[in-house]
Design a protein. Sequence first.
Length: 92
Amino acid sequence: MRVHIAIFVALAASSVALGGCSSINERMAPIVGETLPQWAGGLPKDVPPRRGTPEYDAYMKEREQKRLEPAAANANAAAPGASQPTSLDPVH
C-alpha cells in the first residue's frame, strides 16, 4: 500500500513540475529566439517586428505605402516591355 502511495506522489509531483515548465517556456521562447545568433538557430535579420510593438505599426505603414505605389514606381515590379519567356525549354 505504501508503495502505491509513493508512486502516486512521485507521479503527481513530476506532473506538477512539468506543467509549470510549459508556462515558463511559453514566455521565454520568444526572448531566447531573438537573442540567439542566426548561426545558432536564432531569427534571421530580415524578420519583421512582432505585432503590438511600435516598430510593427511603422513596418505595416511602410508596407501599405509600397503596396499603394504605382506599378512603374515599385522597385519589385518587372519593367514594362522586358522580355519574359513565354514557355520553358523541354528538359531531357
